[in-house]
Design a protein around this ligand. Sequence first.
Ligand code: HEC
Length: 273
Amino acid sequence: MSIMNLSFKSGEDLFQFILLGVLLLFTVILFFVVMNIFMLLKKLSIGGNGSTVVQAADKGGFWKGLTDAVPVSKEETVMLDHNYDGIRELDNHLPPWWLGLFYGTIIFAVYYLLDYHVFHWSPSQAQEYEIAMTDAKKEVEAYQAKLGESLDEKSVTLATDPKALEAGKTIFTEKCAACHGAAGEGTVGPNLTDEYWLHGGTINDLFATIKNGVPEKGMISWKATLKPNEIQNVASYILGLQGTNPANPKAPQGVKAGGDATAATTDSTAAAK
Ligand code: HEC
């Protein structure tokens, strides 16, 4: 959003215009504040005007500078003509330390307004929340990635997270489909959608097969190419293909999952050659 856009197309534009007015007002105030501060500084500095030097010398420069109190001997000069049953009122100077703080709050308010409402230099609370959430998410991802690094065929579990399965599908399409078919129906490599497995059909078995490969039968070892969690993802994706019955399925090979010894053809090499 730009403060230069002053057409009232929306409530926000009007709000900006009001803010701009407030801003101008504050600029004027600021000018006077700065002038005042200069005058105060001049008063504080020894050797400003003659009378200050005398007063400061009288009452101790630092304390006097801080409070700007009129010495008791000169109280008559700030005495108001209010008189309440003998109780009279002094019109003492505002202490410079207090004035300084007061002007400080005004300057801060101007800065705050500009920063948070006009230029949006600093993030709002809502944005801070978003930033914190994004950071936390990155930390969680980094942590999970680290967990992924340490996965092996013993500790691997079936991934069910849609994102993980989607990542597994991508890997499958890029690296595996050439030999196993786009839908896992099998071409050079065996059909991955049926219940028959040459090397076991659990997530742990698949992890081991993919990681170590079966080089002598044409299935590469993927551990140099894929990270453990990527192997987990693609293995989980493959197990999700169970029973999908794609077109042109390759005949079952291996042993039916669940230990049934109904062996189909011995291995894929027969078909591959
Ligand atoms: C160059 C071809 C080729 C590529 C590429 C390939 N495979 Fe294979 N894959 C095979 C062959 C051949 C077999 C059968 C090995 C055997 O006969 O023991 C096999 C077997 C498997 C098995 C075991 C199937 C069973 O019945 O036990 C799995 C699981 C597997 N591949 C997954 C993958 C994954 C995942 C990828 C991609 C990262 C992949 N393959 C890439 C050729 C390939």
